[in-house]
Design a protein around this ligand. Structure first.
Ligand code: SF4
Length: 329
């Protein structure tokens, strides 16, 4: 492992200045993903700027009825927080579906958003990978692609995004607050991530030195119900083959509005705008849910080993919406 310098930042502006000034520096949160990468030889930064002790650990109500989550709030704490459990059960459920209890006790909100793909080739430095080594090729394209993308992939990368939490935040229309060298800005989570295109080494639109400081959850309609369903190879500690986060607003058996995102299908949490549009104003029935799922997945392109994801995603979406419709209030 390459030797590196370590700095513990005490305020966000100082952390941003330290990383911005050094192209070889990176932020270190809890390290649950980055430290693995250091050990595997996936990355070798010259300086780690530790941001885990920054005063960004609060969950607070906003004047508009929403909730702000600080970037260093731990995943376990967020999942158990009374405001999150009461108002955003989809987020609590997604957090509890991710990783192991030990990891959730340590991992932070900001770090969860920025964790990298678990494509097996990305994690194996002996293989070509455009995301790890731009221009080297993509081993997955002619390799074992069972866990890879069926939506939004490119000829340069077919990886999927690993975060359950980010799928829930996408369905919720959450907004990420970022502090960069030029000041603060807000980025909707749905715009934070990018499809691979010809630059798969870039997972997000963030620039070097940009620090996530918080996530804002918008207020939900009082009647909105939300949930998360994840299908994986084993019941514990596995990444999603397919997951669905859904927020459903129903009145008199008719869908007034819906927010839907898929996990496990694309390089980003996949916002299902086509399905949402198909559902608005329609009866909350299995037939309408299936039609919306089919419309969304019409753009899906199976590869050699992952064609099962498309019918699976259809069924998971229908089941998730059916559960929410039947839920008592
Ligand atoms: Fe690398 Fe992406 Fe190909 Fe995986 S799918 S080997 S991450 S380029």
């Amino acid at each position: 492992m390459r030797e590196f310098a370590y700095e513990r930042a005490t305020d966000p502006a100082r952390a941003v200045a330290l990383v911005h000034a050094d192209p070889d520096a990176v932020f270190l949160g809890a390290g649950t993903n980055l430290v693995d990468h250091l050990k595997l030889g996936i990355t070798a930064p010259g300086t780690l700027v530790d941001v885990s002790g920054l005063p960004l650990g609060e969950v607070s109500e906003r004047p508009d009825g929403g909730v702000r989550v600080g970037a260093t709030v731990r995943n376990a704490e967020l999942a158990a927080h009374p405001l999150i459990r009461a108002r955003y059960p989809v987020l609590s459920a997604a957090l509890l579906a991710g990783a192991s209890p030990q990891l959730r006790n340590l991992a932070t909100t900001g770090g969860n958003l920025l964790q990298r793909t678990r494509c097996a080739y990305f994690q194996d430095p002996s293989t070509p990978c455009n995301k790890r080594a731009p221009g080297s090729g993509c081993s997955a394209i002619d390799g074992f692609d069972r866990e890879h993308a069926v939506l939004g992939a490119s000829e340069h990368c077919i990886a999927t995004h690993p975060s359950d939490m980010a799928v829930a935040l996408t369905a919720l229309d959450a907004v990420v607050r970022v502090l960069g060298p030029s000041g603060e800005r807000a980025i909707p989570v749905v715009d934070l991530y990018r499809l691979p295109g010809d630059a798969p080494e870039r997972d997000t639109v963030l620039e070097h030195g940009d620090l996530i400081t918080a996530v804002d959850l918008p207020p939900l309609q009082p009647a909105a119900r939300s949930g998360y369903r994840k299908v994986r190879d084993r019941a514990s500690f596995a990444f999603a083959l397919v997951s669905v986060a859904a927020v459903l607003d129903i009145a008199d058996g008719v869908v007034r509005d819906a927010g839907i995102a898929f996990g496990g299908l694309a390089h980003t949490p996949w916002r299902a705008r086509t399905a949402e549009a198909a559902l608005r104003g329609r009866a909350a029935t299995d037939a309408e849910f299936a039609a919306a799922a089919t419309a969304e997945l019409a753009a899906a392109r199976p590869r050699r080993h992952n064609g099962f994801k498309i019918p699976l995603a259809r069924r998971v979406l229908v089941a998730t919406l059916r559960d929410l419709t039947a839920r008592e209030f």
